[in-house]
Every structure is written in C-alpha cells, then in structure tokens.
Design a protein around this ligand. Structure first.
Ligand code: PLP
Length: 384
C-alpha cells in the first residue's frame, strides 16, 4: 500500500467513459473538448488526448500542459474572464482553435495583439443566457448576476464597433451555465435560449459558424456505483433535439462527467477521538487534497477499505481532516464499520476538482497519484 493520502485513478473506467461519450456523439456534428481544469494529471490528459478529444483550457499553463500531453493546438479552446496578456500571447503563438472572449475590452486587446503578432485568431463571444442551472450557487455561472460572459450592453456596443476589429474573426457563440447539473430540463432551457439568441447574432454579426454550449453535466456523488458513467445519452440527445435544425458544429466542454468517477482519494485514519456526543475520525487527507466539501458543502461517499476484524459493528463518525480550519470536514454522522487508527478509507468521486484544486496550505506536501487498471474496482469488490 502506498503512503497515504494519494489519488487513485481507474484508467479502465476512464476509457469506458470516453468510449461512451464517443458512442453518443458519433455521426453527429458534435465536438467534445475535455475541460482540463477538472483534472490536469498528465496521464489522464494523455489518455483523453489519445482518443482524439479536444481540450478546454482556462490559463496559459493549461494550454501548454494540453499540448504537452498530445492535444492538437487546433482542438484547444481557451476561456476565462481574466486572461492575462501573457496568456493571450501563448494562445496566439500556438494558433489554438478558438478563444472565447468574455468582455469588450478583452476583444480589443486581442485585436491589437493579433495585429502586432501578425495573425488572425478565431474568436467566439461568451454570452450570458440568464438560465438558472439549478445547482449550487457557487458553481452557477449563467445568470445575469454572474461575472461571466459579455453583458447585453457590451454586446450592443460591439455591434456598433465591428469595423474597428480587423485582426480577429468573430465566428460564433459560447455559453456555459454552470456545473453539476443533473436535470436535463436545464439544458433544454439553454437550447431554447440559444435558439432565441442565434438570430440576433446572425442579424448583427454574421452567419454562425461555431456554437459551444459549455459543460456542466453532473454525476452521482451519493451512489457513485449506480452511475459510474454519467448519462451522456440523455445529455447529447437533449442538445441534438433542442438544437435540431441548426446547421453548425456544436462544441461541448465536459470536465466533471468525464473524470469524476474514475478517481478516489485514499486516506488513513490517524486518530479516532470520542466525546459524549460524537466520534471523530481524523484523516491524513484534508481540504488541501479535496476542497469541494469546504468550498461548496459537497458530499462525497466515504467507504472503509480495510477489513474489520472481529464483530461487525457500525458507528457514526464526523470525518475530518488535519487542517487548522473548522470547515476541514468531509461529513458529519457518517455511518461506517467501526474505525481504528491505521484504517484506510476511500473518498469516492474524486477524479474531478480534487487533485487540480489541491493546496499547499498548512505547509502540506504535494500528494501523489496512483494510476492502475481495474484495481479500484477490485478493491470495491473486496470490501462489498
Ligand atoms: C467555461 C467552462 N467550461 C467548462 C467547464 C467544465 O464544467 P463541468 O466540469 O461541469 O463539465 C467549466 C467549469 O467550471 C467552465 O467554467
């Protein structure tokens, strides 16, 4: 057993997930760009790149990591509300496929940089469709109060200043309304808004050549084994039906649904502490390795991996990390087989937004990862 904590990735499950995405996009004018922010582990990037997916990046570092892992520059799209000049320069020098612009000022800066670098990037306008993603407030991005996308006022001004933009090609639209969306009705509503917005775009800017609907498909955190592969059929069919009649390539930027279930965080119980009201299990992994519970009150399923000797007792535990913050907790009153110092736990669905969000706070050391085939499944079977 490796030194805990570590991230454990089941590459077979990742391959099966990628296959399922391809099965549900084949034969349609659909193009999937993996959102690297969900997990930028090099082996995971390489695996996804090898299957021919594109990449969705939000920083210069992500663009370079994507290229290093084998993604073709032309398959890379670049989003972000605050791209620096240095990052724009990286995007232009690699000639990536598309830059998603989120403010009028950014478009004019890019136009100037493209002139000085003697190139002509393709850009898409990120618009805020004002659709409620019905997800956690902190991962909702498509409401008019959110900071993302061009405002209606900026779009209006852009239309009057198009003749000043001689060094960028405005070719389309980009939307992303939020993450961990589990109700297909939300994506149906996005399609309805897109159908309303596109004619306005075509009337003022020109024919739509590119449409990117973002990511956001949710996964089952409560019972991961029931849905190890997300509902890609439902998701892609929703866009196929909702955007029917639009003769334009449709791009997707899925992150969480691609990698969440193939990863888990393996961690050791350092101490078990009892009070009159509670039992605490204190782990060697904390919010520094998995920030989502502290950041979004997210719940991840926790299981005990080590076998229990003696009579099978169950107890309720508050499962907490070692970090000096009260929010460093993975859940209260979690029922588990009795825990002892040295027991190994697995925190499930940690393939997305865990390793890529890890922190060095409290002087924590970088945590390693373990990429093995099938072992996660075998471990799960062993404890069942
Ligand atoms: C612009 C953009 N695209 C794609 C994604 C990926 O979303 P998800 O991991 O929910 O699929 C995000 C996530 O925040 C995003 O901000």
């Amino acid at each position: 057993m490796e030194t805990t904590p570590y991230y454990f990735y089941d590459l077979d499950l990742l391959q099966e997930t990628l296959e399922d995405i391809q099965l549900n996009t084949n034969g349609r004018n659909f193009h999937v760009h993996y959102a690297i922010k969900a997990n930028n582990n090099h082996k995971i990037l390489e695996t996804i790149a090898k299957r021919g997916f594109g990449a969705d990046c939000v920083s210069g570092w992500e663009i370079e990591s994507a290229i290093d892992a084998g993604f073709a520059p032309s398959s890379i799209v670049f989003a972000g509300v605050g791209k620096t000049d240095a990052e724009l320069e990286i995007a232009l020098s690699y000639g990536i496929g598309m830059i998603h612009c989120e403010s009028l000022e950014e478009i004019f800066v890019l136009n100037e940089m493209a002139e000085s670098m003697n190139c002509r990037p393709k850009i898409a306008l990120r618009l805020n469709p004002d659709v409620n993603a019905l997800t956690h407030q902190k991962i909702s991005t498509g409401l008019s109060e959110n900071k993302f996308g061009l405002t209606v006022e900026e779009f209006g001004e852009l239309v009057t200043r198009l003749d000043e933009l001689n060094h960028v090609d405005i070719v389309g639209l980009h939307f992303h309304i939020g993450s961990q969306i589990t109700q297909m009705s939300v994506f149906e509503e996005l399609c309805v808004r897109i159908q309303e917005i596109v004619p306005q775009y075509e009337k003022t800017i020109g024919q739509l050549e590119y449409l990117n609907v973002g990511g956001g498909l949710g996964v089952n955190y409560d019972q991961p084994d029931e849905d190890l592969i997300a509902d890609f059929k439902g998701y892609f069919d929703t866009f196929y039906n909702g955007l029917n009649g639009m003769n334009v390539p449709i791009h997707f930027e899925l992150g969480r649904s691609v990698v969440a279930q193939c990863g888990s965080l393996h961690t050791k119980v350092l101490y078990v502490k009892r009070s009159a009201q509670k039992n605490f299990a204190i782990l060697d992994a904390g919010m520094t390795e998995l920030m989502r519970p502290a950041l979004y009150a997210a719940i991840h399923k926790i299981e005990k991996l080590t076998a229990t000797a003696g009579p099978h007792l169950e107890k309720d535990y508050d499962i907490v990390g070692p970090i000096c913050e009260s929010s460093d907790s993975f859940g209260e009153n979690i029922t588990l087989p009795e825990l002892m110092r040295g027991d190994i736990l697995t925190i499930r669905s940690c393939g997305a937004y865990a390793e890529s969000m890890s922190l060095r706070y409290n002087g924590r050391e970088a945590v390693g990862s373990n990429l093995r085939k099938k072992v996660a499944t075998q471990l799960r079977t062993a404890i069942a």
